[in-house]
Design a binder for this molecule. Sequence first.
Ligand code: SF4
Length: 382
Amino acid sequence: MSGWTATAERIEALEGVGLDDALVGALERRHAALAGAHAGRVNFYTPTFKVYATSEIKGCGKSAWPAVSITGGECKLACDHCKAKILEPMIPARTPEDLWRVVNEQIAAGAQGMLLTGGSNHRNEVEYDPYYPVVRRIKDAFPDFRIAVHTALVTRDIARRMEDSGLDVAMMDVIGAQDTITQVYHLRRTVADFEETLEHLTATSLKVVPHIVIGLHYGRLLGEWQALEMVQRHRPAALVLVVVMPFYAPEHRPFAVPDARKVGEFFMDAREALPDIPLLLGCARPAGRVKSRIDAYAVMAGLNGIAHPADGMVELAARLGREVRVTPACCSIAVGDEVLAAASGRDEGIAIDLDRIMADERARARPAGRLGAIPVVAQTAA
Ligand code: SF4
């Protein structure tokens, strides 16, 4: 049994999760050889931790980072893993005037920023053209209001228009397998089109945060490593990994739950490929024990941000010697907040005092050797 497996087995919340000892051993060896600016620190984004001995941290405030769709719930692509359902709960803003109104309402309700997105046309482009002037107006009126845009595929000219409008963060899904583009996205575009989009965006001053959706090919890993190579060639501000959640897959093309072991291997390959940029795990991933396995591998691989971690992950990270922080809020990875924070040198998370936590847990006379779920000590934010 590897040393890290033994460590994980001492954590009550990870009991019976079924970590793969061979993979854990490999992660332990490979992590020891890592060098890079982002190898040691992990920030957990969670609305669910409790502040030590006080009240519960506020839950997921929808108004802090609303998602706004310029097409409402419509999307011409209707990809097999989504069928436009991701857009349905978003706030619609089908005209530039609507967007101005929605943003003003959201700011009045406490929003700090938003994700701007919309359904695609048949070429996987979101038609933002009429919206750039109002985005400029929003940024001029509310310079601190952050806007992350889901770009979809763009030309060099569109990337420059996005930059000129004052958008803060540009996000896109990077797909590395032609079969996935053709079959899952029903799209007549090429892998090269996705790489060119990344190239055009990283040529601007936008903070570019590509996403790789692990298991996008009906739950199988297919083009992920090619996507990783594309990201490596263009050095974005950060990379977000998510694991496919195929709630809306058609019955005749079901998605498997991605193999947690392969997901863990991909995490480590991504970490080694990109030691100098923040590597984040977004909130989308399957629930249950597979989530616990995936999250444990993410911690072990040395990812820097994990949204909505499974129970036991803070303790695991601390026991593995990571510098652990907790941001008691909803997943701001989705809007690039972690990236903006990393770029500006801000420390958003709350440092936790593990010694104090363990002493407190022991004082509560839990069964010997068991720490239970660790609460967060809300010390000073460093
Ligand atoms: S293009 Fe985006 S919104 Fe449209 S179906 Fe595909 S994943 Fe969903």
